[in-house]
Structures are given as structure tokens and as C-alpha cells.
Design a protein around this ligand. Sequence first.
Ligand code: EPU
Length: 302
Amino acid sequence: MRINDNALIARLKELGVELRPGVSLAAKTSLGIGGTTDQLLLRRYESIPEVMRLLADNQTPHRFLGGGTNVLIDDGELAWVVLHLPPAHPGVRLEGNFAFVDASADLGGTVTFCAKHDLGGMEGLIGVPGSVGGALRMNAGAYGMQIGSYVREIELYRAAKGDLETMRGDQIHFDYRHTSFAPDDVMLRVKLELPSKPYKEILAGIRICNEKRRSSQPLNQKSAGCIFKNPPGGSAGRMIDALGLKGHRVGDAMVSDRHANFFINAANSSCADMLKLIDYVRDRVRASYAVELENEVIVWRN
Ligand code: EPU
């Protein structure tokens, strides 16, 4: 979708929004899949409610893109613009055991920054790609921990109210790869409370997680992490593997040889082929195990 209205463009600029026309989202996602649209960089959080009203008044559909590591985006010219919070470096401020983190901060960078200041707890998240905002929305977790446990406060844009709001951690439900946020809530900043731990100890934990991850996940290939959530008490990866589907392809979309719940873009996969592969695997699992696998990856269709 393209923004061509000069009055709208001028007003967006006044609100601190940078317009980047015709951006390929394939370049902005870890899967390397996605069509083209205009990108709006929101440089001032406080102007977000006004920007959203402006887009609504101008019938300009939009979606918020975070780190792009857990999303599968449609091909071709997209029917909505993407909004983006500019990356923050490091985007973390510490006060005792509290870390105040921008949603656009890199998750791994945040874990490392906190570790260097003797704040631990998030070791398991070290190899999880993406932004802190994305991790909060999905309640990212690995190796027995999840980010939601450490959240004390979140500042967010609540689309339903059209305004910014601060929520306490205990007002939010963090479940397995699921939170009580509305789909159109936008994370802006979070206050985490982290346990004190010597850097050396945290580093040892990080090394163990890294080693486990490297040995079981295809880290150097284009993927969106696990495609399906694990069903209660089960493992999607183990089931798909047992069906002999590792290496199964639809075009350039492929079930990883290393971890069967990771689907790889082996070269130039389209979104359509990746969706066909997802459906095929879901059907096979349903037929053999009578289990309905639920997507973990977020799919943005036109
Ligand atoms: N397994 C197989 N074949 C495979 C993959 C796994 O037999 O191809 C077996 C493993 O041997 C193991 C079991 O399945 O016995 C579970 O595998 P693994 O330890 O790799 O964990 P997972 O349940 O597949 C979950 C998360 C990962 C997270 C790891 C480590 C989900 C959907 N996945 O994977 O998160 O990194 O645990 O904690 O919850 C993600 O969210 O994108 C993600 C990758």
C-alpha cells in the first residue's frame, strides 16, 4: 500500500514519523518472505495515538512490525502499511534490580546488557532472535523460563482506547506462548525485575543454552523459529519428525533437517508455498495423531 496524499505525508512528518516508501518486507523478516509496502518509523512514542487517528481518518490500514522473527507475511503488494519503532541501542536503563527496556530493543542484546550488570534470570532467551516487544507479546520462553515472569510494568498503546496506558505485570496473563494483550496492543516500554547473579554464573548458563540450541536448531538458516506451538504434553517437533517429514518441501519452503518444527526458506520461498507446507504438515499430524497443531508463527495475509 502506498501513501500518496501530500497533506497526510506532511502531517505525519510533523508528528515525527519517517516515511520509507516501497519497502520489501522480505528483507525485514528472519524468514526472508514478504511483499512490499510503505514503512512508517514512529520516532516519538507520545505521538502514536495521533498517528493512529490520522491513519484511521485516511482509511490507511496498518500493522505493527517488531523484530520480524516470528511472522510469515504475504507475497506481492501488501494491503496495509507497516509501522515500526526505530531500534534502540541499547534501549536499557538499570536501577537496582529493575531494567527499563524499550520494546524495540534487541532481546539478546538486552539479556547480555543485564548480565554484564549482574542481573540474570533470562539466560534461556539468549538465542531467541527478535525484539523485546515481540518477546513480551508472545511471552517468549525457552529452557524452562519465560519473559512474563519478570514483567512488573508495561507501557503500551491500546488501540481499543486509542491511547497510551501503563499496566502492572499482575494485570496481564502470561501463559505458554500466549498473553492477554489484545492483538492490536502495541508494546512500548517494559519494567523488568531481575534476580541479582554474578556475571560469570549468568555467562555459564548462557553458554549451556547456546550449546543446546546450536545442537538442536537450524540457527544459520532462514526461519521463524518454531512454526507450531507444542500441544499440551506433547512435542510438535517430535511428532513431525516421527512422520518422516524432515526435508519435506513445497517449492523452497522446507521442513528443517535439524529440527522438524522449524520450517526453512531454503532459497526464495513464497508465502504461498510456506502456507501450503504448514497446511500439509498440520493435516499429516491430524491424520496420524488426531492432534490439531496451532500456529506459533503469526501469519499476515493480505
Ligand atoms: N525432537 C525430535 N525431533 C525433532 C525435534 C525435536 O525428536 O526434529 C524431540 C527432541 O529430541 C526432544 C523433544 O522433541 O525430545 C523436544 O524438542 P526440543 O527440546 O527441541 O524442544 P521443542 O519443544 O521442540 C521448545 C520451544 C522452542 C525452545 C525449545 C528449548 C515451542 C514450540 N518450542 O522446542 O522455542 O527453543 O523448547 O526450550 O515451544 C520457538 O518458540 O520458536 C522455539 C524455537
